[in-house]
Design a protein around this ligand. Structure first.
Ligand code: PLP
Length: 422
């Protein structure tokens, strides 16, 4: 069925077309709880697959190193204007290839190799690119890391201040990949001011919530906002860097020519469309529904006896601590996958286990919200997760297959944006 959506691909390369068709079916039939994933609209999908792909455009609108930019300049300028309007910033660069290179450009703009940088530790919920050792950002720079309190699972802002004042880092990153709670950008801004540091809010996970008014905005508090475009923001895979006018030149120079060559114009087009969608009232409703669904799912999981890091969520993300369940994260994640529920295993703060075999699973509600599920479905989702984890403990494959059938059934009633109806 699905391969006929791509007739040229099907006739030129049936083998590859069959993989795409299978992925369409998989995405349609499963319940995707990975908090960094989403479904782009059909319009974003179309914009990302256009002939803009064919054009080289090193430079910025009006200042290119190649001719023939009449249309490309308009596409990129539109994306920039929409980003500035939506996030309330002076300047936006929409060219970073993805979130990690966007962050690397921030280092290039403001720091020198060997400088001290500060971010949240990866096992506490931070991102690799915030100075963690295995990342280039942690081997070329001297990363110092903060975490959360053992008793509350919340960021300890006094400890962040003490570390910042002791280390005086060039850069401080706030934000992360496994943070279920609201980030206090004003508190970080105060600390960065005292320490004389450039403050970067990496809102990759929560950009869509900020755009939709469901999480406070960092725009008035930080020097630079870094974000991916493909998570809650629901655009194509890409990234943006936004800042006040005083940092505009440094950021632009760092992205090109500092780090990248030609921008991916087809992605820029998809970002422009996604930003237009994110400015609509329906997106505001989506952002608030993402949070309402996550709170309802957290409450239902607590009722089922699950431990949640920080006791719940303020945003789209829930970190389940399975330490008390006799099933480690990886085994639970793989069992859930067999039950048609796609999650990722994740460390929990102070995890006694190894990062490749940790104690937690990380889930989130952006994808299911994009498909139209609402709070009334969350007890059922929690029940599936609970039954699947119990089945994993017992090695009960039949129970997992039974859940999978129920999941497929429900998801058929909630078609995903951008995907064919099965
Ligand atoms: C996802 C993410 C990134 C990296 O994005 P990629 O596009 O995967 O490189 C950076 N920072 C944070 C906080 C993220 O969640």
């Amino acid at each position: 069925m699905s391969a006929s959506r791509h007739p040229a691909l099907l006739s030129a390369d049936p083998e590859l077309a069959s993989f795409v068709a299978a992925e369409e079916v998989l995405q349609a039939q499963t319940l995707r709880l990975i908090p960094s994933e989403n479904y782009v609209s059909a319009a974003v999908l179309e914009a990302s697959g256009t002939v803009l792909q064919n054009k080289y455009s090193e430079g910025y609108p009006g200042r290119r190193y190649y001719e023939g930019q009449q249309n490309i300049d308009r596409v990129e300028a539109l994306a920039i204007e929409r980003a500035k309007g939506l996030f309330g910033v002076d300047h936006a660069n929409v060219q970073p290839y993805s979130g990690s290179p966007a962050n690397l450009a921030v280092y290039l703009a403001f720091a020198k190799p060997g400088d001290t940088v500060m971010g949240m530790a990866l096992p506490m919920g931070g991102h690799l690119t915030h100075g963690w050792g295995v990342s280039a950002t942690g081997s070329w720079f001297r990363g110092v890391q903060y975490g959360v309190r053992a008793d509350t699972g919340l960021i300890d802002y006094d400890a962040v201040r003490d570390l910042a004042l002791a280390e005086r880092p060039k850069l401080i990153f706030c934000g992360g990949t496994a943070l279920p709670r609201t980030i206090d950008f004003a508190a970080f801004a105060e600390i960065a001011r005292e320490a004389g540091s450039i403050l970067v809010a990496d809102v990759a996970h929560i950009a869509g919530l900020i755009a939709g008014g469901a999480h406070p905005s960092p725009a008035d508090h930080v020097d630079v906002v870094s974000t991916t475009t493909h998570k809650t923001l629901r655009g194509p895979r890409g990234a943006m860097l936004m800042c006040r006018e005083e940092h505009a030149k440094a950021i632009d120079k760092a992205v090109f020519p500092g780090l990248q060559g030609g921008p991916h114009n087809q992605t820029t087009a998809g970002i422009a469309v996604a930003l237009h969608e994110a400015a609509q009232p329906s997106f505001t409703a989506y952002a608030h529904q993402v949070v309402a669904n996550a709170k309802a799912l957290a409450a239902a999981l607590l009722q089922k006896g699950f431990d949640l890091v920080s006791g719940g969520t303020d945003n789209h993300l829930i970190l389940i601590d399975l330490t008390g369940k006799d099933v480690p994260g990886k085994i639970a994640a793989k069992a859930l996958d067999r039950a048609g529920i796609v999650v990722n295993y994740n460390t929990v703060p102070f995890d006694p286990r190894k990062p490749f075999d940790p104690s937690g699973i990380r889930i989130g509600t952006p994808s299911l919200t994009s498909r139209g599920l609402s709070t009334e479905h969350m007890p059922l989702v929690a029940d599936w997760i609970s039954r699947a984890v119990d089945a994993a403990a017992k090695g009960d494959e039949q129970a997992l297959a039974a859940i999978r059938a129920e999941v497929t059934d429900l998801m058929a009633a909630f078609p995903a944006p951008g995907l064919p109806l099965s």
